[in-house]
Design a binder for this molecule. Structure first.
Ligand code: A3P
Length: 318
């Protein structure tokens, strides 16, 4: 009953429930010390959210257990049927520094975040070596505002993860068969639109706004190195002991069994665990179990065309 077609908002298909809240989002007032986590869906948003909460709490697991991830790191555009507190209302209640998550494409991000010059964090990390920006840049950033991180994951694993998510998530249109779904994914006919547009436009935004751009695959391969980058970006000092605690607490195995982050607290009416689990596999390269040779060839051709105009590089496995 909940499943409805996506609503097109300024050219981008949005989960219909969220679309109703977008007007308020335009007026959203950021705070200078906000930390924005921007991702295309299924790129490891929950993972980096918990990592950031752990970093802000100096690796103190007990403090991180104070609430559900959905309350600690509210989703800016979240409006759920039957749930009284929207993402914005939750954010207004949260103390600074706030963690804010969003899947919105660049064009729909509230102006306030750019005016405030927040640093953004993104999940695509071999490019971290472009960070820090020249000092003049990073200084003006620090003086003016809050922070932004973008996390990206390779498109093929995102497609597989999103397919399973749309099976379980009753707010999304049904995905259909894998074959049908892949076609929708390629053409951007899924919630939050085209993966290509999302990743490319956030990547481009880096030219004018300091954004920490990270990759899921790097997080998976070397969590210590990536967590250190995030801490450096936030100017937080972490001891080795704290780092080890964060790595342990945010491993896939720990998060899968943690009801505060694995989304099992949501009513099955919204997310049906009999269809798939939110903490599904947590690996790089699972796409190989789903893409046929023909699908892979077709995807690669489109991928090459879309991505070759940028310096973006993704690892399809590690
Ligand atoms: P899979 O469906 O491939 O398993 P998001 O939080 O953006 O919705 O992303 C969900 C994806 O991130 C799921 O991918 C999930 O398993 C994976 N994930 C969540 N926590 C993780 C962790 N600690 N380590 C690795 N992957 C994780």
């Amino acid at each position: 009953v909940l499943r409805k077609n996506l609503k097109i908002v300024r050219g981008c298909p949005i989960t219909y429930a969220f679309a109703s809240g977008l007007e308020k989002i335009e007026q959203f007032q950021s705070r200078r010390d906000d930390i924005v986590i921007a991702t295309y869906p299924k790129s490891g948003t929950t993972w980096i959210s918990e990592i950031l909460d752990m970093i802000l709490n100096d690796g103190d697991v007990e403090k991180c257990k104070r609430d559900f991830i959905t309350a600690k790191v509210p989703m800016l555009e979240m409006v759920l049927p039957g749930v009284r507190t929207s993402g914005i209302e939750q954010l207004e209640k949260n103390p600074s520094p706030r963690l804010v998550k969003t899947h919105l494409p660049i064009d729909l991000i509230p102006k306030s975040f750019w005016e405030n010059n927040c640093k953004v964090y993104s999940f695509t990390s071999q490019f971290f070596n472009v960070w820090p920006l020249p000092l003049s840049h990073s200084h003006s950033n620090k003086v003016n505002g809050s922070n932004m991180i973008y996390l990206a994951r390779n498109a093929k694993d995102v497609a597989v993860s999103y397919y399973h998510f749309d099976l379980m998530n009753n707010l999304q249109p049904l995905p259909g068969s894998w074959e049908e779904y892949l076609e929708k994914f390629i053409t951007g006919n899924v919630a939050f639109g085209s993966w290509f547009n999302h990743v490319k436009s956030w990547w481009k935004k880096k030219e004018e706004h300091p954004i920490l751009f990270l990759h899921y695959e790097d997080m998976k391969e070397n969590p210590k190195q990536e967590i250190k980058k995030i801490a450096r970006f936030l100017e937080k000092n972490l001891s080795d002991e704290m780092l080890d605690k964060i790595i342990h607490h945010t491993s896939f195995e720990m998060m899968k069994d943690n009801p505060l982050v694995n989304y099992t607290h949501l009513p099955s009416m919204l997310m049906d665990p009999s269809k798939s689990s939110f903490m599904r596999k947590g690996i790089a390269g699972d796409w190989k179990n789903y893409f046929t040779v023909a699908q892979n060839e077709k995807f690669d051709a489109i991928y090459k065309k879309e991505i070759s105009e940028t310096e973006l590089q993704f690892r399809m496995e590690i």
